[in-house]
Write a protein that binds this ligand. Structure first.
Ligand code: SAM
Length: 301
């Protein structure tokens, strides 16, 4: 099957420049995300047709996405988990808290790692959750260190996806599970207009490319995983971008606020504000999709 990836704009460069741009993006938007979404830097999950309500319901929906992925991938209670792209530790708090896991989180952003460390200490989870500024593909962990590798909405930032699957295979013990939730694109060719839309999203969100869910499945097989499956959650998460709910409230009075932010933090920070309408359109047209992927390292692998 043809790989369905969309090439990046110059502001989301491949190679070392990409990681630096991702680091800068999350360092400079940490407070914006935390203010709007709380500790979860990812979509919410609703039953299909359910309408998003107030902020408390949004929070419940982002919590729910974590539980849905735990169930879909079968993350066992008490597992040793590597959280790839841990953000400020929202998913890790659930894994280390109610699920009793031991979590190592890695993020490119020093500010995120520091905030996640603070939050784990405040939640009394410092002994089970630790966070580091490290590249997922250059992480320093020994072979077979983890029962689960967990990546919620980080894989879109990693250009070399075959290398990611190979690294997950190396880090898992035999029988360990890989759990991914990711932005993606419809499989097959996109129209020129869809490409333009997807390229705008990539540029504003500092992502090199999207793959289809089918492509993730193929990459997992190619890396030697078994039990590979994906679930298309597009209809469950699209509510996350509903106008008046997802869009940044301050935009109402906010052109000057955006100008000030861009001046103080650099122009890339504005990508935060542009994602909502673009993603909503992407889901409406079906060009943008979202899903979960699970895979198991063979016991004899
Ligand atoms: C959209 S946030 C998701 C955060 C978190 N998983 C959550 O769900 O709240 C993307 C995260 O991926 C991280 N990331 C992107 N590329 C990475 C890489 N190569 N190595 C480590 N982390 C990476 C970013 O630093 C950021 O923490």
């Amino acid at each position: 099957m043809k790989a369905n990836t969309s090439s990046a704009y110059p502001s989301a460069p491949a190679g070392p420049g990409l990681n630096a741009a991702v680091e800068r993006y999350y360092d400079t938007t940490l407070d914006l995300y935390e203010d709007l979404w709380g500790e979860h830097v990812h979509h919410g999950f609703w039953d299909v047709g359910e309408q998003p309500g107030n902020d408390a319901e949004r929070h419940a929906a982002t919590d729910r996405l974590v539980r849905e992925l735990v169930d879909f991938a079968g993350i066992p209670h008490g597992a040793r988990v590597l959280d790839v792209g841990c953000g400020i530790g929202g998913p890790a708090m659930y894994l280390a808290g109610p699920l009793g896991c031991t979590v190592e989180g890695v993020t490119l952003s020093a500010a995120q790692a520091a905030r996640a460390t603070e939050k784990a200490a405040a939640a009394g989870l410092a002994d089970r959750a630790s966070f580091h500024q490290r590249d997922a593909l250059d992480n320093g962990y020994p072979d077979a260190s983890f029962d689960a590798v967990w990546a919620v909405e980080s894989l879109m930032h990693i250009a070399d996806r075959p290398a990611f699957f190979a690294e997950a295979m190396r880090l898992l013990r035999p029988g360990g599970v890989l759990a991914i939730a990711t932005w993606s694109v419809r499989d097959g060719e996109l129209t020129a207009e869809e490409h333009r839309l997807v390229d705008q999203i990539l540029r504003h969100q500092v992502m090199p490319s999207f793959s289809s869910l089918e492509e993730h499945e193929r990459l997992a097989h190619a890396a030697g995983f078994t039990g590979v499956a994906f679930a298309d959650w597009s209809a469950n998460v699209a509510n996350s971008w509903e106008p008046g709910f997802a869009q940044v409230r301050e935009l109402d009075n906010g052109r000057s606020m955006m100008r000030d932010l861009a001046r103080d933090r650099g122009v890339d920070v504005l990508g935060f504000f542009y994602a909502g309408p673009l993603m909503l359109k992407g889901f409406e047209t079906g060009a943008v999709t979202y899903g979960a992927v699970r895979a198991t390292k063979p016991v004899d692998g």
